[in-house]
Write a protein that binds this ligand. Structure first.
Ligand code: SF4
Length: 942
């Protein structure tokens, strides 16, 4: 906790007495009600500014760092945002995107009122409407779909949810299987690799206490958990940890590493398996951990039934199985020196239980079979026994806390094949990027479609397919874009419904930022401020700029209108737990959670004479005490006798069964919790993959990527394009409203190694044409040795566009373009005017100096769904050449017919099974974001 800073009486040269304290970076909470600073703008005069400080959490990436909003008591407006030192994840530190929230609040381009289209879809004509009208329109449409049994026609499609669990409860209450996400263009592949091992689909490294840290790409540190993870990596390094970063690009993180390992994309699993083999050969593995916790008996029983079932024999089989993964082979595949692979492997083995590792997008998201990368990386964690240890890597569920709300809806009995189609029974998340093709093929339609903080026209591969879908009123009957900012997708909506930025909404979040569990409370700071000063509001939009609202309240209102008399059984989930029959208020929702579902919070709050809700409103975050929610080696937790009532032990496997499911496992004569997998152990051997049609992948292996180096011939002008890397200063498609961030980052040139540039014949700044399977784009070259030769890379943030001179995507960030479909079905996009200064209430808009604003590339990518994980495999085989005569910066050309052919080709990689195991659509044990009832998993007629 912060210590109070002594008040000093200063006498200014003017003779004024000053009352501010010495410089302080983190005001102590006892002074948050009246924090005094001098007004920097009138220096050298000493003019005091009085602020009330109210915490919230950042909405600009998933990390949910703490922010403090400084509310100017004179104007009643937010003046600035700084870090919240009482937030356990971020501890007072933010990246550039956190403080830039103030730009988003004050953006003169922001959408202030609900809008309804006044012309055809995509025509760009809008009229202001009311929240009431929008709610009534959607309620009628959704009610009709529910009453008429069309429960798969209501779809909520989310990019950045910003909460934990709220929406799943809403959809459950409606009884629809309508949760769709962006995850299969983001992380579903990495998740799949983790899930098949341990049942949780994300890792949580304890970097601060590690001895060796291995990162596959810098994704984690440049965008995903950027600040909380980055600060702990540095902490670990300061305590002596070594850091290795495997990334073909010299990222900011790689530049801070002890080892930069620029592997050929897609070869990472080969390198990791070679490291695993070295650890086995040199007996650096944690024998006892593996013996206890790996499902090696299942492996031997299934694959080597005639062999003696001993652990030593298992290790011998492992050495046979991975014999080909020599350092020489890994070096050939990756381009890394053999001795470096051996050296890192030894250091990983020697780090033992203090080996921390992470991979997220990057290699896993780029390659066919990318999930083998996370699977091979977790293999190293298993070998070292570093799962959930201090300095190791835990399943994310051990470092996250999601409080349970009151009254949980029963799961729906509907299965939506637009989300989980029969071709992809193991897809880790919804097959969201294939939605336009499924609707085109007549697999269904959407009566009511919500996109929430989601911009598929711009973000997804083959974005023109999304334009064609969204402008087809037979396929999508009614579409609302719930968004804090204009986007390329909102342009094609029927309704554009403005939602708040990080300081204008309620949400509850928890993330696996370190070995601990915490919750962070996002709150509309002006609403809190006004309530404290005698001006309570019924709805958040009454306190926000214009009529900017928040989703939480929107869904409550919508649910009441779908079921006004409670006859559909929906309304009861949105009634107050304190006043039966009354409409739930958002304050009551969170009050109930904090009072009943967060261990330790009521006691800690009581010590300060606060209610749990008041505590969260005051501090904005809470760390669950470890004695209430331990975080290390939870698989070893011994079950209490009461927990074992009604269970049976399977003598053969040691699994402890209840109602047909394994809930724990006998290990060393004790009933232990284990992992949420079918065996309750770490599944080196995945019977699931074998049973569901992929026997060759039953154990961790190496899949040749679609961009394997043998497929790329540089001499013929072919290169591998990495289109996925993040800049630490931008947010996917939500930073167009943050002027400071665009001032820092406003171009995305193509990274080219100098040897490749001389082959192509370009210098830095020259125009390049990058041609994919379905089209091309034109961008500038940037020569750098920070990229593996033979590979080019282009950041995925920039190249925003708008179709109208004065409206659409923010003018800080977007070029005005012409975009249209030609007679032959091809599409062309051309910049008409780059980014220009403009007049607005913010004088900075007239000072914009950046012009080009980047080049869009995702339109030129076809979909590449991995046949197992379902993940879009982002990396592209491209040809790169100097621009052609007539090419202009920002040009994009796409042939959507070719895109459809590529979709069909990748679809053909799947293996539909005539007979599914147990007659199921999907293994029951695998996660789904919204999980319907078991009955819904059963195929009809089975
Ligand atoms: S790391 Fe993410 S949550 Fe934290 S300040 Fe930056 S953008 Fe906000």
């Amino acid at each position: 906790m912060m210590t109070e800073i002594p008040l000093k009486q200063h006498i200014a040269p003017s003779g004024e007495q000053m009352t501010v304290r010495d410089l302080a970076s983190c005001p102590p909470p006892e002074r948050w009600h009246d924090w005094v600073e001098y007004d920097a703008k009138v220096w050298p005069r000493k003019v005091e500014k009085h602020y009330e400080i109210i915490p919230t959490i950042c909405f600009n990436c998933e990390a949910a760092c703490g922010l403090l909003a400084y509310i100017d008591k004179e104007t009643g407006r937010v003046k600035k945002f700084e870090g919240n030192p009482y937030h356990p994840g971020s501890r007072g530190r933010n990246c550039a995107k956190g403080p830039a929230t103030i730009n988003q609040v004050n953006d003169p381009e922001r959408i202030l009122y609900p809008l309804k289209r006044a012309g055809k879809r995509g025509e760009g004509k809008w009229e202001r409407t009311t929240w009431d009208e929008a709610l009534e329109t959607f309620a009628a449409k959704i009610r009709a779909a529910i009453v008429e049994g069309r429960r798969d026609e209501v779809m909520y499609h989310v990019g950045r949810p910003g909460h934990d669990g709220y929406m799943e409860r809403v959809l459950g209450a409606w009884g629809v299987d309508g949760h769709n996400s962006h995850t299969n263009v983001c992380s579903s592949s990495a998740r799949f690799g983790y899930q098949v091992w341990c049942g949780a689909d994300r890792p949580s490294p304890d970097h601060a206490n590690a001895r060796f840290i291995l990162l596959i790409s810098s994704h984690l540190e440049t965008g995903h958990y950027f600040n909380p993870q980055a600060q702990r990596i540095i902490e670990g390094k300061m305590k002596g940890a070594k850091l290795a970063v495997m990334d073909p690009r010299l990222s900011n993180t790689a530049s801070m590493a002890d080892y930069w390992l620029p592997t050929w994309p897609g070869s990472e699993a080969a390198v990791l398996l070679a490291m695993a083999r070295i650890i086995l050969v040199e007996q650096l593995y944690n024998r006892e951990y593996m013996r206890r916790w790996v499902n090696w008996q299942d492996f031997m029983a299934a694959e080597y039934p005639g062999e003696p079932r001993t652990f030593d024999r298992f290790i011998a089989l492992l050495l046979d199985l991975y014999a080909e993964f020599t350092p020489t082979f890994a070096a050939q595949e990756s381009g890394l020196p053999e001795e470096v692979i051996v050296d890192i492997a030894r250091q990983v083995g020697q780090a033992g239980t203090a080996f921390a590792a992470h991979t997220w997008r990057a290699a896993a998201a780029g390659n066919l079979g990318g999930w083998q990368v996370s699977r091979a990386l977790w293999f190293l964690s298993v070998l070292t026994g570093s799962i959930g240890t201090p300095g190791g890597t835990a399943p994310n569920s051990w470092n996250k806390f999601v409080p349970a709300p009151f009254l949980k809806p029963a799961p729906s009995e509907v299965w939506n094949e637009l989300l989980f189609p029969p071709e992809y029974p193991l897809a880790n998340y919804e097959m969201s990027m294939l939605l336009p093709y499924f609707l085109r093929e007549g697999r269904g339609k959407l009566a009511a479609y919500f996109t929430r903080v989601y911009n598929p026209v711009w973000t997804n591969p083959d974005g023109t397919a999304w334009i064609e879908m969204l402008t087809n009123e037979q396929q999508v009957e009614l579409h609302a874009a719930l968004t804090p900012v204009w986007s390329e997708t909102a342009w094609y909506a029927d309704y554009v419904l403005p939602m708040g930025v990080g300081s204008e909404r309620h949400d509850l979040m928890s993330q696996e930022t370190h070995a601990g569990r915490w919750i962070g409370f996002r709150q509309p700071v002006l609403r809190v401020y006004k309530a404290r000063h005698g001006e309570p509001m019924q709805y958040t939009y009454q306190a926000n700029p214009g009529e900017v609202w928040e989703e939480d309240e929107f869904w409550i209102e919508l649910s009441w209108r779908i079921d006004p008399d409670g006859g559909l059984g929906i309304r009861k989930y949105f009634e107050s737990p304190y006043q039966p029959g009354q409409k739930l208020t958002i304050e009551e929702y969170y009050r109930w959670l904090f009072e009943h579902s967060v261990p330790g919070l009521p006691e800690v709050a009581a010590k300060e004479n606060l209610s749990p809700l008041e505590y969260m409103q005051k501090y904005g975050a809470f760390e669950i005490p470890q004695e209430k929610a331990p975080v290390f080696v939870l698989n070893e937790r011994e079950l209490q006798p009461a927990e074992l009532e009604g269970t049976q032990v399977d003598e053969h496997s040691g699994k402890i069964m209840r109602s047909g499911s394994a809930i724990a496992v006998m290990v060393g004569g004790k009933a232990l919790e284990g992992f949420p997998t079918p065996s309750r152990k770490l599944e080196f051997y995945s019977a699931t993959l074998k049973d569901w049609g992929w026997p060759e992948y039953a154990v961790p292996g190496y899949t040749h990527s679609h961009v394997h180096r043998s497929a790329i011939d540089n001499e013929r002008g072919e290169y591998l394009l990495i289109p996925t890397f993040r800049l630490p200063t931008l947010i996917h498609t939500r930073s167009g409203n943050a002027k400071w961030l665009y001032e820092i980052s406003n171009a995305n040139p193509v990274w080219v190694h100098p040897t490749d540039a001389s082959r192509i014949g370009v210098a830095t700044g020259d125009l390049l044409r990058v041609t994919t399977e379905i089209g091309y784009y034109v961008n500038r070259a940037w020569l750098t040795e920070g990229i593996h030769p033979g590979i080019v890379a282009c950041s995925h943030h920039l190249g925003r566009w708008r179709l109208d001179a004065g409206s659409g995507t923010d003018r800080w960030a977007s070029a005005q373009v012409a975009l249209g479909r030609e007679q032959d079905g091809t599409w062309r996009l051309r910049h008409l005017q780059g980014i220009q200064p403009f007049e607005s209430a913010d004088p900075d808009s007239a000072r914009i100096f950046w012009r080009e604003g980047g080049v869009h590339q995702n339109l030129t990518f076809p979909v590449h769904p991995d046949p197992i994980s379902g993940m879009h495999c982002w990396h592209q085989k491209v040809t790169v050449e100097a621009a052609h005569p007539g090419d202009r910066y920002g040009d994009v050309y796409v042939d959507t017919r070719k895109a459809y052919e590529v979709y069909k080709r990748w679809l053909a990689l799947t293996r539909p099974q005539a007979d599914r195991p147990d007659g199921l659509r999907r293994p029951l044990w695998m996660l789904r974001p919204y999980r319907p009832a078991v009955e819904a998993f059963k195929l009809r007629g089975q």
